[in-house]
Ligand binder design. Structure first.
Ligand code: ACO
Length: 323
């Protein structure tokens, strides 16, 4: 059977690093509060000339270089983002043009922090359905543009950045020993909309709006939703937590990551954590964490890797990949 195999990874971060202490003169907060409640120590913030498209392009170029491929080899670009450069056209098409790619097709996916998990699952179906052989899957965000910088309960949590994977069609035997995407499980439930949303949009206010979140409410649902969808993925693949080599969760809050890993019985040393360095970069958080763990040699060919995310909507999902 056809499997979607990871050929390359890449990442891009804005030049400017903002430390927790940099908020102390802006809102009533402290490095200690932010680090203790979230695990975040710093985040990257995009300058005017750094956009979702430019960061996404840089991450895509890095993933292509890692794969030893060029844009000519790609059939499809799927970009996960909630902070597109424009309402339309899709920022994926802008990235396609920036890469000098004038064949194939490109589109955006919007599932907020779960965007990358949705995008990998979608790319896998295009590959297995025979519509594409090589896909660039990108998560790129500039959440700094939609933050209310006077709201201490949200502005300290998010950062900007991008990460990318190249997925390529390969032959598999149909077992979990195959390399590639092995199983996935996606969920959403709009009943939770008001707990995490942006208070603007083209069809309502005609403005971009700002992020609004009832953090405590999101936290309350997060661990249960994350562990449910992971258990569904384990059962689809016929594996258990003990079989995993690496757990690469969405990087929103270290306490949510720790509680989820504990509930699932995933050992602490198998959990990739980058929330301290990047903050919550929404759809970019999982591919950014992946690129860090691949670059430092933790994730290696043949490893069993579990990706997971939960975010606005609510949306949530998990993907199991043999690297
Ligand atoms: N600095 C200092 N104090 C603060 C800050 C801050 N930056 N922000 C809030 N506080 C205060 C609150 O006002 C509150 O004060 P009060 O008790 O006087 O009312 C107190 O700290 C405690 O607030 P809580 O909201 O209860 O704090 P909590 O421990 O829940 O931590 C947090 C807040 C970090 C937001 C947490 O709830 C969280 O991580 N939630 C989940 C967020 C998440 O995972 N989002 C994922 C998806 S994101 C996406 O999809 C875009």
């Amino acid at each position: 059977m056809i499997r979607s195999v990871v050929r390359g990874t890449g990442a891009a971060l804005p030049r400017r690093i903002m430390k927790n202490a940099d908020f102390e003169g802006m809102v009533e907060t402290s490095d200690e509060w932010i680090a203790q409640r979230t695990g975040i120590r710093q985040r990257h913030i995009a300058a005017d000339d750094e956009t979702t498209a430019s960061l996404g392009e840089a991450a895509a170029r890095a993933a292509l270089a890692d794969a030893g491929l060029t844009p000519d080899d790609i059939d499809l670009i799927v970009l996960a983002t909630s902070t597109p450069n424009n309402t339309f056209p899709a920022t994926a098409v802008e990235i396609q043009n920036r890469l000098g790619m004038h064949h194939g097709f490109a589109f955006d996916m919007q599932a907020v922090c779960s965007g990358f998990v949705y995008a990998v699952t979608t790319a896998d179906l295009y590959i297995r359905g025979g519509l594409a052989k090589r896909v660039l899957v990108i998560g790129s965000e500039t959440f700094s543009r939609i933050l209310d910088w006077s709201d201490r309960s949200t502005c300290v949590l998010f950062g900007d950045g991008a990460g990318a994977l190249v997925l390529e069609a390969g032959e598999g035997a149909g077992t979990i020993a195959d390399r590639g995407v092995l199983a996935a499980s996606l969920r959403s439930d709009g009943v939770h909309k008001d707990k995490l949303f942006v208070d603007g949009g083209p069809s309502t206010t005609g403005t971009v709006g700002h992020l609004r979140m009832e953090g405590r409410e999101v936290f309350k649902h997060a661990v249960g939703m994350i562990t449910d969808v992971i258990e569904a993925t384990f059962s689809a693949a016929g594996i258990s937590a003990a079989d995993l080599d690496w757990f690469v969760p969405h990087q929103a809050n270290k306490r949510i990551i720790d509680a989820s890993a504990k509930k699932l019985g995933i050992a602490e040393q198998k959990v990739v954590v980058t929330v301290d360095l990047h903050g919550n970069t929404s759809a970019a958080s999982v591919p950014l964490a992946l690129s860090v763990a691949v670059a430092d040699g933790r994730i290696k060919k043949g490893d069993l890797v579990l990706l997971e995310a939960m975010g606005g909507g609510f949306t949530w999902g998990a993907v199991l990949v043999r690297w």
